[in-house]
Structure formats: structure tokens, C-alpha cells
Ligand binder design. Structure first.
Ligand code: TMP
Length: 213
């Protein structure tokens, strides 16, 4: 059985990642692919509990603890769900992965991209995405979208413009450094156009041709 592909979706808060992830999973399944959609941090019990901790605005969480908590959530998700699914030939669609930590903790929290990359090597056992879709939106526009939602802002969403500008810049640099893996998509387009761009960006992987189980 051929190993499955890991596809990740990245971008700043308000870029529309989750909307795209749902639509993309549905579309690929409709075309016959076996797709598992998971989110980070989360996807398994331990990681969902860590998610609640890192998002809680009432907790004091230092930058290093934050980076390690995201890495711990990722380690458990990879071991418990992602690796077995890939070994079983499934396509795994992940709403955020290592690049989120590189951008948010490495650049946003100023821990350094390479230092954060090192702890994530340990967390993932070196697992890398086959393709990464970067939803690109101006940080101010992303914030406006995110603030238009009903739920109260979580601990990360309370950060200022400067933080999100640094995160957005880091994403752009990561995409420039790995053009084979990254595809950048204009997230200001209507959802249907974002989905069409995402499908085009994955077309060469032949995901839809994978046998359905
Ligand atoms: P989201 O699933 O609603 O996007 O929430 C995840 C939040 O956590 C979001 O603000 C981005 C942040 N985050 C990091 O800072 N580092 C990470 O490694 C991940 C996965 C998320």
C-alpha cells in the first residue's frame, strides 16, 4: 500500500483556513479520495486538552512554554493519528502544522524560527507535509474578519497588529524558501475561488485518483 500524502493548510487567524479545509475535504471525498481532516492543536484527546490550555486567556503562558505545548500536542497527534493514517494510504488534511509554530512562536513570539524548528523535529519525528497551502491575507483584513465572528477572542487572537504582521511576514519567507512544497492562495477571494485554487494546487498529486475504502 502506497503511503498517503500529508496536506497542510496555513495562514494567519481570519484567513479562512477552516472553511477551506471543510470544503476541500468534501470535494476530494466526492472525487473518490480517502481523506481525514484534522486540526491543530487538537485531533486527539490529549491534544484537544492542550488546545484548551493554550487558548485560555486567563492563563499565563510564556513563549517557551507555549512553543513546547504546541509541539507536545503535535507529537501526540502525529503518533496517534497522522502516522497510522499515512501508513494506511489515507490523505491527511491538516488545518495547521509545524509552519504555524515557526511563524507564531518563531517569529511572532521572537523565539527564532530555527530553534522552534528543532523542537518540532523531535515532536514530529521529521514528518513533513507533501504540500502546504498558504492562505494569504493582509493582517488588518484578517483581524477584521476574525473580529466579525461571534466567539470571544482567545489568548492568541488578543495579540496586536505587530504580532500578526510578523507572523504574516514569516509565512511569506517560509513559502519563498520552499517553493516546491508551498502554494500561496489569495484568501481575499470568495470561498469558491479559494477552493478552486486549492484544488488546482493539489492536482499534480493525483489525490482524487486514490482508491476509496
Ligand atoms: P485555530 O485552530 O482557531 O486557528 O487556533 C489555533 C491558534 O493557535 C491560532 O491563533 C494559531 C495558534 N497556533 C500557534 O500559535 N502555534 C501553532 O503551532 C499552532 C498549531 C497554532
Amino acid at each position: 500500500m502506497a503511503r498517503g500524502n500529508l496536506i497542510t493548510i496555513e495562514g494567519i487567524d481570519g484567513a479562512g483556513k477552516s472553511t477551506l479545509a471543510d470544503a476541500l475535504a468534501a470535494e476530494l471525498r466526492r472525487a473518490g479520495a480517502r481523506v481525514e481532516l484534522l486540526r491543530e492543536p487538537g485531533g486527539v484527546e490529549l491534544s484537544e486538552r492542550i488546545r484548551a490550555l493554550v487558548k485560555d486567556p486567563s492563563l499565563t503562558v510564556g513563549a517557551r512554554a507555549e512553543a513546547l505545548l504546541y509541539a507536545a500536542a503535535r507529537a501526540q497527534l502525529v503518533q496517534e493519528r497522522v502516522e497510522p493514517l499515512l501508513q494506511d494510504g489515507a490523505t491527511v488534511l491538516l488545518d495547521r502544522f509545524v509552519d504555524s509554530s515557526l511563524a507564531y512562536q518563531g517569529a511572532g513570539r521572537e523565539l527564532g524560527v530555527e530553534r522552534v524548528r528543532a523542537i518540532n523535529e523531535l515532536a514530529t519525528g521529521g514528518l513533513a507535509a507533501t504540500r502546504t497551502l498558504l492562505l494569504r491575507i493582509d493582517p488588518t483584513a484578517g483581524r477584521a474578519r476574525q473580529q466579525g465572528r461571534d466567539d470571544a477572542p482567545d489568548r492568541l487572537e488578543r495579540e496586536d497588529e505587530r504580532f500578526f504582521a510578523a507572523v504574516a511576514r514569516a509565512y511569506d519567507e517560509l513559502a519563498r524558501a520552499e517553493p516546491e512544497r508551498f502554494r500561496t492562495i489569495d484568501a481575499t477571494q470568495p470561498p469558491g475561488a479559494v477552493l478552486a485554487d486549492a484544488l488546482a494546487a493539489l492536482a499534480d498529486l493525483g489525490l482524487a485518483a486514490a482508491p476509496a475504502h
